[in-house]
Design a protein. Structure first.
Length: 358
């Protein structure tokens, strides 16, 4: 009977015409015994109106009543309703048992689109059990087995975990000497190891979302839609043995990918930031150098980029000043003198032609 009611409420949301829509998508993370509290304010919601919530496992197609009906019953973990309060406020309390990723769709007759809230839930009791098993692992195979069986309880999503065996190998190395690692530290370390493992095996072709795990690293600030795939390609199948080794290579790859993309402003920022790593003085990073680097592109190694910068000479007729984009006074004067000489020569030649005609 409970399942029938769940489906009925879900169908009500689809019939409202907004089941697949997203309004103000958010992401919430919970590590507890399963009690989830969601509250907020609903645009255009009137006090006393009804708000409906449907919580589903991430990935469930919620775009139509037909697709929802075809879903596995367990994919819908909660449905309910509540009265909207003053100012459009709403609040829902419900229980989730299994660790994992979920989406909560909140709708009402006042909305043309659902409010969608992503929920990342880790069952704290199961997390503690899984952590103990992982910390007790003596081999890469044992670590991989724990990760495979308890990925969600450890906080690793399916989107990140692409090579369990390689992840186990890296995790065992990273855990050496870290018996006192906290739950949050372990989760973050596992995410990093999973991503590096995917690159090692060539099963990850983009670093989109990488900043969620490596946000404490400066090089992630230079990742973009333009560079995500290039950086991943440069880092694939390298066989990294540690997170530190990966991060060192990631810095170099981000520099190369940014330069090769050819955006002058981005090139200026990344070269200025990593001038010392490249092995050049920051004074060499001029606007004209960045333009020349963008035109050349296709740098394969950091050494080739370093050589290019060191050997580059300001040969442009109009050297641009980085600060105000003005033409250098010295070059301007030289150009005026040159042009004047040309005029004198042309005048002399015309005079000679006139004499010959006479």
């Amino acid at each position: 009977m409970k399942k029938r009611i769940s489906f009925l409420l879900a169908f009500v949301m689809t019939l409202c015409g907004c089941a697949g829509s997203v309004f103000g998508a958010e992401q919430h993370r919970y590590v507890n015994d399963g009690v989830i509290e969601l509250s907020g304010s609903m645009p255009y919601g009137k006090s006393g109106d009804t708000a409906i919530i449907t919580v589903v496992r991430k990935g469930l197609d919620f775009t139509s009543a037909e697709k929802l009906a075809a879903a596995q019953p367990d994919s819908i973990v909660y449905t309910g309703e509540t009265s909207i309060g003053d100012g459009g406020s709403y609040s829902f309390d419900f229980f989730i048992e299994d660790s994992g990723e979920y989406d909560a769709y909140i709708g009402s007759s006042a909305l043309d689109e659902n409010i969608v809230i992503g929920i990342s839930f880790i069952n704290s009791e199961r997390n503690e059990e899984a952590r103990k098993k992982l910390l007790a692992a003596q081999t890469a195979e044992e670590a991989a087995e724990v990760i495979s069986e308890s990925a969600a309880d450890l906080g690793i999503s399916d989107d990140v975990l692409s090579d369990v065996d390689e992840t186990g190998r890296l995790v065992l190395t990273e855990l050496d000497g870290k018996a006192g690692i906290t739950a949050d530290e372990l989760r973050l370390m596992l995410e990093k190891c999973a991503l590096v493992a995917g690159l090692n095996s060539g099963s990850i072709d983009t670093l989109a979302g990488c900043a969620d795990s490596f946000g404490d690293e400066e090089w992630t600030k230079f990742l973009s839609e333009s560079t995500n795939k290039q950086v991943a390609e440069l880092l694939s199948n390298k066989g990294f043995d540690s997170i530190d080794e990966f991060c060192e290579a990631a810095e170099e790859s981000v520099i190369l990918a940014t330069v090769n993309i050819g955006n002058v402003a981005a090139i200026s920022k990344v070269l200025t930031k990593y001038a010392s790593k490249i092995g050049v003085s920051s004074s060499k990073i001029t606007n004209s150098l960045c333009k020349a680097a963008a035109e050349k592109g296709n740098f394969k190694t950091l050494e080739s980029l370093t050589d290019f910068i060191k050997s580059y000479k300001e040969t442009s007729k109009y050297i641009q000043n980085n600060k105000n984009d003005q033409v250098s006074p010295r070059i301007f004067c030289e150009n005026v003198v040159t042009e004047s000489a040309k005029l004198d020569n042309n005048a002399g030649a015309a005079k000679n032609r006139a004499i010959r005609k006479e």
